[in-house]
Ligand binder design. Structure first.
Ligand SMILES: [Fe+2]
Ligand SMILES: [Fe+2]
Length: 319
């Protein structure tokens, strides 16, 4: 049985209450000297009344039940647009909500990759990440700070999109429609892994030949899952993010001139994020170690010019 206190999740509400709406989840608080959250605001309360109660009462941290997590996530996602547009909300808060929403959406896509609603949600949140990044370059820095250092697939997908958008914008490729399609490809790049069993996906040791052959199918499976719902630019990133310019990548063994610039950018973002986070079979490397390894031990994997630009982008964002 789950202890009572584990049935609750801590939440932050201040920046979520930007719009006049009704909350459809209970909000609890923990009184001092108690471990058990008590009901503070009941579901079906108007946001202005919620704000009034929160302002009046000297409450402690706020919680929702685990069962209402989905409702809270929906509330957060529905408020996203107005949060991004609200000038009084600090950038850090905005990026934090976008990042949380993006991770939730990717989780839902992995659960149900054929849901058109989930794909449309992914397009919207990718657009939100781009809007924030274009409006303020600091947004990329904040978004990357939020990326978990643990290799949860969902966080990895969001990180690859943020690194990808960062490099894409840095080299000023121009066309915003293409940027949206490219970024969607980045956030969905590993969606084919939703078809692979956890015993292989999360295996702590080295994969054997047959297991690796199964892993190698994920770009093609991702393409197959998304082919009716996304553009050629998006599909190209999904299917070619493991190609190498020396022709030794997969699934098609393409060489330098056959790989699109978008796929080359996504590949760099993908490898860098994987190397700098904890994975089941390897610890996280520090940024400089990861870049050194990519430069010295992965010769022939990446387009040199793009790799150098990626290093400049990382240097710029940390400055
Ligand atoms: Fe992949
Ligand atoms: Fe990946």
């Amino acid at each position: 049985m789950i202890p009572e206190s584990r049935k609750f999740i801590r939440i932050v509400t201040d920046y979520l209450l930007a719009e006049e709406r009704i909350i459809d989840f209970n909000i609890y608080t923990k009184p001092p000297n108690s471990n058990m959250p008590l009901l503070l605001i009941a579901a079906n309360t108007n946001v202005s009344d919620v704000k009034e109660t929160l302002a009046k009462k000297n409450h402690g941290p706020l919680f929702i039940t685990r069962e209402s997590a989905k409702k809270f996530e929906n509330f957060m996602e529905d408020s996203l647009d107005s949060i991004i547009k609200n000038r009084s909300i600090p950038l850090e808060r905005k990026t934090s909500v976008v990042h949380d929403c993006a991770k939730n959406i990717i989780r839902d896509i992995f659960d149900d990759p054929r849901s058109l609603r989930n794909i449309s949600r992914a397009k919207t949140v990718t657009g939100n990440i781009i809007d924030l990044s274009l409006a303020d370059r600091q947004a990329i820095r904040h978004l990357l700070r939020l990326g978990s250092h643990d290799y949860y697939t969902f966080s990895h997908c969001v990180n690859v999109a943020v690194f990808g958008i960062g490099l894409w914008v840095t080299i000023s490729k121009g066309d915003e429609t293409e940027l949206h399609d490219f970024a969607l490809g980045c956030i969905l790049h590993d969606v084919g892994k939703s078809q692979i069993v956890d015993s292989i996906l999360k295996k702590p040791g080295k994969l054997d030949f047959e297991e690796f052959e199964i892993i190698k199918k994920h770009p093609g499976q991702g393409h197959w899952l998304m082919e009716k719902h996304t553009s050629e630019v998006t599909l190209d990133v999904i299917i070619h993010h493991h190609e190498k310019i020396n022709g030794q990548g997969y699934p098609h063994g393409l060489t330098r001139d056959q790989i699109s610039d978008n796929a080359k950018i996504a590949t760099i973002a993908d490898v860098y994020d994987a190397l700098t986070t904890n994975r089941p079979y390897a610890g996280a490397r520090r940024p400089l170690n990861a870049l050194t390894l990519m430069k010295e031990e992965m010769v022939g994997h990446f387009e040199q010019k793009r790799f150098e630009e990626f290093i400049l982008f990382l240097g710029g964002r940390s400055g």
